[in-house]
Design a protein around this ligand. Structure first.
Ligand code: FAD
Length: 352
């Protein structure tokens, strides 16, 4: 089947929905193509204990405040899924799922979006496919030698799966700290981080992070000194379970080991730790394979952007992924502003 529309939005997570909200307000004809079979993007796949690092009111998409969750200051992932499900219904966003975009191509004056369920022709596209779908594993010698189980953040669900085991959690970011805190009570845990963990002050949550990202954007726009933004504050938000495990002395980090051995890991001085399981909380990369036919990727794997617009293809905008597509674009509260910018630029271009 072949379809035509003005704008194709690729990805129906929070970033794609925020784009849809603004495209609808501008009266544009569009479709949102999402590979998942249900609403909620990556939040559907989060581990059981994951909670947001911001209160509900600071985790909202444009137009509709996230309701608070009864008994929880920081809502859990299921609450976010329910919010996104309600959001797309409320604004009658035209989401087609499951539809996986395989490639975006230039085709005369249009973009041709090839999917596993047909071809869409559009005058513009917004890519909002997130990062969860491209887990990153560092190249450490001995990966194949280790005889236990290895998994990435994306496969972790709950401590019950590892009760009584010797578990090594690798990673000093939020995922690593939260999963280590989750496992600290029921397993023999070793937490390994590349540099000593940097906890943010206990009173800093997503609200303060958003303010820091906004202040940085303003400073840069006004030609003032770079404030350093969120990264200057630390790496790990001290959400209640992390704080509790840290305060009980359960979150002591060891430095990074140098290789895996059949029974565990080994540090450069020859010290070893035995392990049944290694959980790699080592981050993600933007899921951009569908844009390969456009040949836009630069040296660091990113696509160069001016705001949200791809420098090498002005009909393409990118939302989410990381700060390179706009400050806090990969957060619930931050993506609204960049989605608005993308939708307005597309509307101007289409009417020119
Ligand atoms: P996603 O939620 O990943 O949605 C992208 C959608 O695109 C998915 O449905 C996917 O299936 C689809 N897709 C991918 N490829 C294709 C394709 N080729 N064709 C069609 N569809 C495709 N942010 C906060 O604001 N607060 C927090 O507390 C917070 N905590 C986080 C905790 C963790 C562990 C992680 C990883 C992130 C957290 N974030 C948080 C960051 C961010 O809000 C989430 O990563 C969020 O899921 C990003 O939304 P998104 O729409 O950009 O991507």
């Amino acid at each position: 089947m072949t379809y035509t529309t003005q704008v194709v939005v690729i990805g129906g997570g929070q970033a794609g929905l925020a784009a849809g909200y603004h495209l609808r307000r501008l009266g544009l004809d569009f479709v949102i193509l999402d590979a998942q079979s249900a609403p909620g993007g990556a939040w559907q796949h989060a581990w059981d204990s994951l909670h947001l690092f911001s209160p509900a009111a600071y985790s909202s998409l444009p137009g509709r405040l996230m309701p608070s969750q009864s008994g929880e200051t920081y809502p859990d992932a299921q609450h976010v899924v329910e919010y996104l499900t309600d959001y797309e219904k409320r604004y009658e966003l035209p989401v087609e799922r499951p539809v996986r975009v395989l490639g975006v191509h230039r085709d005369g004056g249009l973009l041709r979006v090839e999917t596993d369920s047909g071809t869409w022709y559009a005058r513009a596209a917004i890519s909002a496919t997130g990062t969860w779908w491209r887990p990153f594993l560092p190249a450490i010698p001995g990966h194949a030698a280790f005889e236990g189980r290895q998994l990435h953040t994306v496969e972790y669900r709950s401590p019950a799966d590892f009760a009584g085991q010797r578990v090594i959690v690798v990673g000093g970011g939020n995922s690593g700290a939260q999963i280590a805190a989750d496992l600290a009570h029921d397993t023999d845990l070793t937490w390994v981080t590349q540099r000593p963990p940097r906890f943010l002050a206990d009173d800093i949550d997503g609200r303060a992070l958003f303010d820091a990202a906004t202040a940085r954007r303003r400073a840069l726009e006004e030609g003032r000194t770079d404030t350093g933004g969120v990264a200057s504050l630390g790496d790990i938000v001290a959400v209640p379970p992390v704080r509790e495990a840290r305060d009980r002395g359960l979150l002591k980090a060891s430095p990074m080991f140098s290789r895996l051995v059949p029974g565990g890991v080994e540090w450069v001085d020859g010290t070893r730790a035995e392990a049944d399981t290694i959980i790699w909380c080592t981050g993600f990369r933007p899921a951009l394979a569908h844009l390969a036919p456009l040949g836009l990727r630069g040296a660091r794997g990113h696509i160069a952007t001016e705001g949200t617009r791809a420098v090498g293809e002005p009909r393409l905008h990118l939302l989410g992924y990381g700060d390179w597509t706009g400050p806090a674009s990969a957060t619930l509260i931050g993506v609204g502003r960049t989605a608005r910018e993308a939708a307005h630029q597309i509307a101007r271009r289409l009417s020119a």
